[in-house]
Design a protein around this ligand. Structure first.
Ligand code: ADP
Ligand code: MG
Length: 235
C-alpha cells in the first residue's frame, strides 16, 4: 500500500497575460503514510489545489521529486501510469461531470478501467453510488441533481475502483452542513478501512471536530503540519 513522499517540491505557473511566474508551491518536503487522514488548509491561493495535484500525481513538479513507495513518479514509464491510475481517486475542485451524459455514462469510463468485464464495471458503479447515498441516479443527468448530489456522484466516481488513496479538493465547499457532515462521516468510515484520505478544505468546523493531521499552507509553503490538529495550527 503506497506511501507518498515529496522532496524539495516546487511548482511554478506562468500567468497570463503578463507572463509573470507564480510559485504556487515552494520547496515542500512531506510524507503521507498509507491510512492517514490529512487536511490541507490555507486561504484562497495558498496552493492547496496545486499541492493536492502534486500529491496525487495529477501534475508534475517544476523542481524536486515525488515518490510513490520510493519510486520516483516523474518517470513516464507506461507501467508507472498504470500504477498511478490504480493508486488514486481524485476529485478536482471544479466539477468535471459532463452535462450531456447520464451519471452512468459519466462513471463508466473510470469504472471500465477497473478489473473484470463491463458487467462488473456496472456493478461497481452501482455499489459506489449506493455507498454515497446516490443509488438511484444512474440514468439521470448532472443538471437534474443538486450541487451536493453532483459532488457525491464525483466521490462515487473516485471510489469506483476502490483506490488506496483519495485526493479530494474542496469536496464539501458550498454544501449545507448536513450533507457535508454525511460526507465527512463516510470518509471517516472509508479511512477506517485503510484508505488514505487527503482533503483540501476550508471547512474549519469539520477540521476542528475531526482532529486529524492538518497541513497549513501560506504562499505555497508549509507553515504548519500538526497531528490531531485544528484549523490554522502553525508549528
Ligand atoms: P488554492 O487551492 O489554495 O486556492 P491554488 O493551488 O489553486 O491555490 O493556486 C495557487 C496559486 O497558483 C494561485 O496564485 C493561482 O493563481 C496559481 N495557479 C494555480 N493553478 C494555476 C494554473 N493552472 N495556471 C496559472 N496559475 C495557476
Ligand atoms: Mg483550490
Amino acid at each position: 500500500m503506497p506511501q507518498i513522499r515529496l522532496e524539495g517540491v516546487s511548482k511554478n505557473y506562468r500567468q497570463e497575460p503578463d507572463k509573470r511566474i507564480i510559485a504556487a508551491v515552494q520547496d515542500v518536503n512531506l510524507t503521507i503514510e498509507q491510512g492517514e487522514f490529512v487536511f490541507i488548509t490555507g486561504s484562497s491561493g495558498a496552493g492547496k489545489s496545486t499541492l493536492l495535484q502534486l500529491l496525487s500525481c495529477e501534475t508534475q513538479p517544476s523542481r524536486g521529486s515525488v515518490y510513490l513507495d520510493d519510486i520516483n513518479v516523474s518517470s513516464l514509464a507506461r507501467w508507472l501510469w498504470e500504477r498511478k491510475r490504480q493508486s488514486f481517486g481524485y476529485v478536482p475542485q471544479v466539477s468535471t461531470l459532463i452535462r450531456k451524459k447520464t451519471i452512468a455514462e459519466n462513471l463508466f469510463p473510470v469504472a471500465a478501467l477497473g478489473p473484470g468485464r463491463s458487467r462488473s464495471a456496472e456493478e461497481r458503479m452501482i455499489k459506489a453510488l449506493r455507498l454515497v447515498g446516490m443509488g438511484d441516479v444512474l440514468y439521470r443527468y448532472p443538471v437534474e441533481l443538486s450541487q451536493g448530489e453532483c459532488r457525491r456522484v464525483e466521490l462515487a466516481r473516485a471510489i469506483v475502483n476502490n483506490p488506496p488513496i483519495l485526493a479530494l479538493d474542496e469536496l464539501t465547499a458550498n454544501l449545507d452542513e448536513d450533507t457535508a457532515w454525511d460526507i465527512f462521516l463516510f470518509l471517516t468510515e472509508v479511512n477506517h478501512h485503510g484508505t488514505t484520505v487527503i482533503m483540501a478544505t476550508h471547512a474549519k468546523n469539520f477540521v476542528n471536530l475531526m482532529r486529524r493531521r492538518v497541513i497549513t499552507l501560506v504562499d505555497g509553503r508549509i507553515l504548519g503540519d500538526v497531528q490531531k490538529g485544528r484549523y490554522g495550527d502553525v508549528v
